[in-house]
Design a protein around this ligand. Structure first.
Ligand code: G6D
Length: 345
């Protein structure tokens, strides 16, 4: 119980340190000082067996380039943004803060150990001009785990100049520890609208009602249904890779369940949206959780502001005003399914 640290390698001439936070119940989280990357989140199943419920590379070296952003904090801007001067790192798009985004940066750390709660804060200064962004941004990302199976992420930031800021975490969840793909997982999202995407997965500025479509997750559906959907917005992307606009300011925003192991994940957030990404772009050739990586090995629930909000005046602004404090919190609570659970929000 408590927090341990271990130097596990070197990237870019700096030591990569893994921090493991453990609660009395055995619920634990391991994260790196590089990209705040979560490499392990151990939660019990209905038999009491602990499994890593997030995808993690078997080879440390794969985290240096981290082509799928496994487990990483994303910043300064999550999602796709029309570049217009920001560096291009996905065709004509600026994706996930750019090639030198927060996922590939080192952070300073500070820890607080408790009886039933452990906390680590990652902090760095993103200098003015980093990846084309204005202003010097002082950013802190705090992971807190609580014995009852809660992992909370709190983002705080301040800038000396007006600047865009829209962080998220890019962990891929697989509630049965990648014994199977996530296609059998059932997802419920409290959302009435999704953002319409163009052929490059860039938001068009329009929204689509979920009613009557395979985007309607208000009563839950398996992720396989989205993969098999004939809806052009889904068939192009091989399932969800879409921003869902959250319809409630508090309470549970999303529920992910796996009947095989009985684990349930509930997400709460004060973010305005959640990008659900089913891992259709995950490529073979990497080893994760002791197995060959395949598409649909994990699903991301990236709570964030609207992608492309920096360029789209119809979206809620993501500009952090000079001298103001940004604060956003997302929590993932792990529990075991109750027999009557229908996962309806
Ligand atoms: C793909 O479109 C998806 C993104 O949403 C995801 O974040 C990335 O892979 C890792 O580009």
């Amino acid at each position: 119980m408590g927090i341990t640290r271990k130097t596990i390698g070197r990237f870019k001439g700096k030591s990569v340190v893994a921090y493991t936070l453990t609660c009395p119940s055995g619920f634990s989280l391991t994260a790196l000082n590089y990209g705040c990357i979560v490499t392990e989140l151990l939660a019990a199943d209905s038999t009491g067996e602990f499994s890593n419920v997030v995808l993690a590379f078997d080879r440390l070296e794969d985290y240096e380039s981290n082509p799928f952003y496994l487990g990483a904090v994303i910043g300064r801007i999550a999602g796709r943004t029309r570049a217009e001067g920001l560096p291009l790192n996905e065709g004509a798009n600026h994706l996930h803060g750019g090639a030198a985004g927060f996922h590939s940066q080192f952070f300073e750390t500070a820890m607080v150990e408790g009886e039933r709660e452990q906390e680590i804060t990652f902090r760095r200064i993103s200098e003015a001009g980093e990846e084309g962004y204005p202003g010097t941004l002082d950013v802190a990302v705090t992971y807190t785990i609580r014995d009852e199976g809660v992992w909370s992420i709190t983002y705080e930031a301040m800038s000396d100049t007006d600047t865009p800021f829209n962080p998220t975490n890019h962990s891929y969840f697989n509630l049965n520890g990648y014994k199977t793909s996530i296609l059998g997982h059932r997802l419920t999202v409290a959302s009435d609208q999704v953002l319409q995407l163009d052929q490059d997965s860039m938001p068009t500025g329009g929204t689509l009602s979920v009613a009557g479509s395979d985007f309607d997750l208000r009563k839950g559906a398996t992720l396989a249904k989205a993969k098999e959907s004939t809806d052009p917005q889904l068939s192009r992307t091989g399932g969800f890779d879409h921003p869902f606009i959250l319809s409630r300011k508090e309470g549970v925003a999303a529920v992910l369940q796996d009947e095989i192991c009985g684990r349930v994940l509930e997400m709460t957030t004060d973010a305005k949206a959640v990008v659900v990404y089913m891992g259709s772009g995950l490529e073979e050739g990497y080893q994760v959780n002791g197995k060959q990586l395949h598409p649909y090995a994990g699903v991301c629930l990236e709570a964030q502001g609207y992608p492309n909000a920096y360029r789209e005046p119809r979206f809620p602004s993501i500009v952090l005003k000079a001298g103001e404090t940004f604060k956003q919190q997302t929590s993932y609570t792990f529990s075991l399914a109750k027999p009557t659970d229908g996962g309806t929000l």
